[in-house]
Design a protein around this ligand. Structure first.
Ligand SMILES: Cc1ncc(COP(=O)(O)O)c(C=O)c1O
Length: 391
């Protein structure tokens, strides 16, 4: 019997790896200096920041000076979009993105629209992928930036970024990718992807919350959002969060060291969960791309069951559902909607996010529990029989 409750919501956040915590600890106490100070306390902090910058850069194939530390991916996305829009406005006022981006991209886009920019939201297919033709077709002479996420946070679908990068290069348009869910899980190389800007966040890859980075390709300039002491090459002022930065560096070093064995282990565990649930539960469908998908992601719809009810029934397994409560109603996920998943199936969806600390024993327990809860909820649902008699 595994230790309960089981955490299987690693797209929402991850437990900080104890090795990362250990690396951070000295920087709260004896090595507490301000990385900008010239004395020995400052220099020790500055050296740690330099090392962390290199560790982040190494994981994504960048140069250390191309890494700008931020408070997380929300800030990285805001800086990329608003910073590029303000800096390159004289070249055009059009941005291309997709319908399934995280709100940390969609909401800055909405604000830019209110400020006079035009934004095209490219649709996706039933697997959650954009088509290269649609991206190429959306670019106009006014386009200054394309922003396409590397991996989706709900269904895990990976986008064809290498090809999108080639299109953007040829059309001389900047390319940003929100790689928050992908970095540390699949190989990410800014050179191979041809991206100019890339967002990442520590707490999605076994690091602390409140720290992330934006990769800014050499030569690309951004208008800062925060003005102040001119830190981070003037792009992000504010005293550097040394312990968190050390944590992000250690996170990246570990992800690098555990590659490719750990993603393979995760994929095997995920496939075990997927195969067992699809085999044992009737009317259960996969949301997302069957192959081009994050190794730890599994998003399933269980017909005739409300995702939220299943979430509550699964007392000992922490997962999330494809519906979001707004003040007025329960809305199905806009990502599943954009993929053409019917509202009923979207309401019936559950996202499993497997991570570094999940074991096979936990997966096997989860299989039993999900099957038991789905059976129980279906037995309580009179509409099910009705739906079956209606064919
Ligand atoms: C794809 C994606 N982008 C951005 C974010 C925001 O990241 P952070 O919590 O670091 O601000 C998340 C987190 O949910 C995400 O999944």
């Amino acid at each position: 019997m595994p230790r309960l409750p089981i955490y299987m919501d690693n797209h929402a956040t991850t437990r900080t790896d104890p090795r990362v915590v250990e690396a951070m600890l000295p920087y709260f106490s004896e090595a507490f200096g301000n990385a900008n100070s010239v004395h020995s306390f400052g220099q020790r902090a500055a050296e740690a920041v330099d090392q962390a910058r290199l560790q982040v850069a190494s994981l994504i194939g960048a140069e250390a000076k191309e890494v700008v530390f931020t408070s997380g991916a929300t800030e990285s996305n805001n800086l990329a979009l608003k910073g590029a829009a303000a800096m390159y406005r004289r070249h055009g006022n059009h941005i291309v993105t997709t319908q399934i981006e995280h709100r940390a991209v969609l909401d800055p886009c909405r604000r830019l629209e209110r400020d006079g920019f035009h934004v095209t939201y490219v649709p996706v297919d039933r697997f959650g992928q954009v088509s290269l033709e649609e991206i190429a077709g959306a670019i106009t002479p006014e386009t200054i930036l394309v922003s396409v996420m590397l991996a989706n946070n709900e269904v895990g679908t990976l986008q064809p970024l290498v090809e999108i990068g080639k299109i953007c290069r040829a059309r001389k348009v900047l390319l940003h990718t929100d790689a928050t869910q992908a970095v540390g899980k699949v190989p990410v190389d800014v050179g191979a992807l041809n991206v100019d800007l890339l967002s990442l966040s520590a707490h999605k890859m076994y690091g602390p919350k409140g720290i992330g980075a934006l990769y800014v390709r050499r030569g690309v300039r951004l208008e800062p959002i925060l003005d102040g002491g001119g830190h981070e090459r003037g792009m992000r002022s504010g005293t550097l969060a040394v312990p968190l930065i050390v944590g992000l560096g250690a996170t990246c070093r570990l992800a690098f060291a555990l590659y490719p064995e750990e993603p393979k282990r995760l994929r095997d565990l995920r496939d075990r969960l997927q195969d067992a649930l699809l085999d044992t539960i009737d009317d259960c469908t996969l949301n997302g791309h069957p192959a081009e998908r994050l190794p730890g992601n599994l998003n399933l719809s269980f017909a005739h069951v409300q995702g939220d009810a299943l979430l509550m029934a699964l007392k000992n397994v922490a997962v999330s559902s494809g519906s979001a409560c707004t003040s007025a109603s329960v809305e199905p996920s806009y990502v599943l909607r954009a993929m053409g998943v019917p509202d009923e199936a979207a309401h019936a969806s559950i996202r499993f996010g497997l991570g570094r600390f999940n074991t096979q024993e936990e997966v096997d327990y989860t299989i039993e529990e999900v099957a038991r809860c789905v059976r129980h909820l279906r037995a309580l649902n009179p509409m099910r029989e009705f739906a079956q008699t209606q064919g």
